[in-house]
Design a binder for this molecule. Structure first.
Ligand code: PEP
Length: 249
């Protein structure tokens, strides 16, 4: 059981425009409860500087959806952790299933990205999760443990500094949510793996992601090892995002 502040992180993916973002952020800022949980938004990289500016004076933090494993140089299209930190980024999602699927990111690449983020003071949110095929084959625990092991190995003595997000691939953007019991079962496995790697595993927040929404957030967040949420679709509507924040606060 964890008494730490929960973290609600919105992953905007490739959505938004300057006008849409301004309206969304104004809505979030206006409705943020006093004593809110930790709140993070991860806009498309091109909007990060705008979003940081718009959120000045609020408690809402800004994250990136990815980060390069490299420091600098000839990596066209990449953004380094130093650049992101320079622009006010506090967290970086690494190893989202869409990056693993569409960009071929391996556990080793994801681990290197987590390490690159930490080296510049950015907290990596390491995503793990099984596909429907893997769940049906009874491989869920083996898959998420292998994915988390890659990150634990890469960040070495800094394991307590990461955030983990359990995102079953079959639940992302599909409207199919893992039941609170299914999610808790995997979170407990991840917690045990973290505990074997660091004495400070109680500090590591394990987020659930996968069709979390205003209606189901409360029961998911009530599970003992669910320390917050990584929210896709529902993070694009201020009212829904605020309801989730309220449930976590
Ligand atoms: C995500 O992409 O991280 C996610 C959880 O998406 P959604 O909430 O839309 O399922």
């Amino acid at each position: 059981m964890n008494a730490m502040k929960k973290l609600i992180a919105g992953n905007w993916k490739m959505n938004g425009s300057r006008a849409d973002n301004a309206a969304l952020l104004a809505g979030i800022a206006a409705g943020l409860p006093a004593n809110a949980c930790d709140v993070l938004v991860c806009p498309p990289a091109v909007y990060i500087a705008d979003v940081v500016q718009a959120l000045q004076g609020t408690a809402v933090m800004v994250g990136s959806q990815d980060v390069s494993a490299a420091d600098k140089g000839a990596f066209t299209g990449e953004l380094s952790a130093a650049m992101l930190a320079d622009c006010g980024v506090r967290y970086a999602i690494v190893g989202h299933s869409e990056r693993r699927l569409y960009h071929g990111e391996t556990d080793a690449v994801v681990g290197a990205k987590a390490q690159a983020a930490l080296a510049k003071g950015i907290t990596p949110i390491v995503c793990v999760g099984e596909t429907l095929e893997q769940r049906e084959a009874g491989e869920t625990q083996a898959v998420v443990k292998r994915q988390l092991a890659g990150a634990i190995h890469a960040v070495a003595h800094c394991v307590s500094e990461i955030v983990v997000a359990y995102e079953p691939v079959w639940a992302i953007g599909t409207g199919k949510t893992a039941s609170p019991e299914q999610a808790q079962e995997v979170h407990a496995v991840l917690r045990a793996q973290l505990a074997a790697a660091t004495e400070q595993s109680g500090r590591v927040r394990i987020l659930y992601g996968g069709s979390m929404n205003a209606a189901n957030a409360q029961t998911l967040l009530a599970q003992p090892d669910i320390d917050g949420g990584l929210i896709g679709g529902a993070a694009l509507k201020a009212a829904d995002f605020l309801t989730i924040i309220q449930a976590a606060s």
